[in-house]
Design a protein around this ligand. Structure first.
Ligand SMILES: CC(C)(COP(=O)(O)OP(=O)(O)OC[C@H]1O[C@@H](n2cnc3c(N)ncnc32)[C@H](O)[C@@H]1OP(=O)(O)O)[C@@H](O)C(=O)NCCC(=O)NCCS
Length: 165
């Protein structure tokens, strides 16, 4: 697999929109439905404290991860608001893992230090939860009925955290 992980730039905005729209088609994966993935959303992702894209040999963006450092002093060691997406045709090839490894390496290099990374995963997304546990995240809690699917069913959110102490 020939994948490069690099910082996103404003020129990646449309590619990030297309990627998230494609990944959002799978029900219960990303929080946003395809129609909720907008240019403004992608721009906001690029403006996050960390936004990385995975680029294939053909030069296409096939994965993206972004997160934000908390701004309140009490929580300033926490990296949250994390979202990750890999194009459906490229899932299961190690791209998500590579994006996380790069994000964790970036977090470990920050000064002042980032000491905690947190995320939430839909309870109906066991594959993603398994991946996050393999990367070192621990399940910390469950928000009951946090999500409501288009068919009216509720879904819990699983809160996960990783300490970099
Ligand atoms: C979750 C996601 C980012 C993982 O990226 P990836 O490149 O597929 O992951 P990797 O190849 O590095 O690792 C594979 C692992 O990811 C998990 N996984 C989650 N969704 C998967 C999918 N659709 N296909 C394959 N693996 C998936 C599995 O645990 C798998 O490990 P396994 O071999 O033990 O089953 C990606 O599948 C994706 O974008 N899914 C749709 C959007 C989404 O669910 N985002 C996360 C919201 S919390």
């Amino acid at each position: 697999m020939n994948i490069t992980i690099r910082a996103a730039t404003p020129a990646d905005r449309d590619a990030i929109v297309a990627l998230h729209k494609a990944a959002a088609v799978t029900p219960g994966a990303l929080a946003r439905a395809p129609e909720e993935v907008t240019s403004a959303y992608a721009q906001n992702a690029i403006n996050s404290d960390i936004c990385l894209v995975a680029v294939g040999a053909e030069g296409l963006v096939c994965g993206e991860i972004h997160a934000k450092r908390e701004t309140v002093a009490l929580f300033a060691h926490v990296l949250g608001g994390l979202t990750v997406a890999v194009h459906p045709e490229r899932q299961g090839q190690g791209i998500g893992s590579k994006l996380f490894e790069a994000l964790i390496a970036w977090a470990k290099a920050q000064d002042p230090a980032i000491l905690r990374i947190e995320l939430a995963a839909g309870g109906g997304n066991p594959g993603a939860i398994r991946l996050y546990e393999r990367l070192g995240f621990k399940q910390e809690g469950r928000q009951v009925a946090r999500g409501r699917l288009p068919d009216g069913r509720f879904e819990d959110d699983i809160l996960m955290g990783m300490l970099l102490l």
